[in-house]
Ligand binder design. Sequence first.
Ligand code: SAM
Length: 244
Amino acid sequence: KLSARLQLIADWLPTGCRFADIGSDHALLPVAAVRSGRATSAVAGEVNDGPLEAARRQVAEAGEAGRISVRKGDGLAVIAPGEVDAITIAGMGGALITSILDEGQAKLAGVKQLVLQPNVGGEFVRRWLLEHDWYLAEEAILEEDGKIYEVMKAEARPDASERNEELYRERDLAGSSVQLTRELQLMMGPRLTAAPNEVFFAKWESELRKLESIHRSVATSALEASRQKEVELTRLMEQLKEVL
Ligand code: SAM
């Protein structure tokens, strides 16, 4: 059985897709997705030998070597242009995810959907999607084994840019008078802030605690700009607390 995190990613794949799972580790997601019929075939990509072997073993034991191709390589280098219609990248930092997408741009032609799950740095992923005209179709935040995860589904569509403009327009946080600028929405998620749940508040409370401790330890900073950002963020966090 998949973890709730991986299950959500599998559920967001288009039915009958061919997809590549980049950084697949044990290839749990490709195996579950082809077995459930969600995907017809999959590529499991891994750059490191240990996880690559784990993926090979898993796929062989599941008897799925016919439908799942395990390949060694960096990021999207493991797929040919036009080979898959969806890509999943999960369990890495947001900056690594965006560098994989940047370096693999040529392989994205023909890809209809991305499901991305940054462990940290969701902001980088949202910004990349916005700047590259991928429509942020779904977002979720969930807690599992004491960790909080964000999952994003993005779609390639001709009207992605207009839809994103609408999605990221300035508005209040649902149920409050807290103003959400585009920058804040990139940080917190335009869909997550539109329907904030308990996990969302838990995450930002914990971020607030981290920020407060940074403030306490850094009495003076040479970087006036970053200090200014911290001050703004703290102000927002204070407002957020009022909403809890
Ligand atoms: N995707 C699985 C999940 O979400 O449960 C595994 C996540 S695991 C923490 C991250 C995996 O990404 C590691 O197995 C690592 O070897 C792999 N990885 C890191 N950078 C990569 C890259 N540039 N290309 C392919 N795989 C990469």
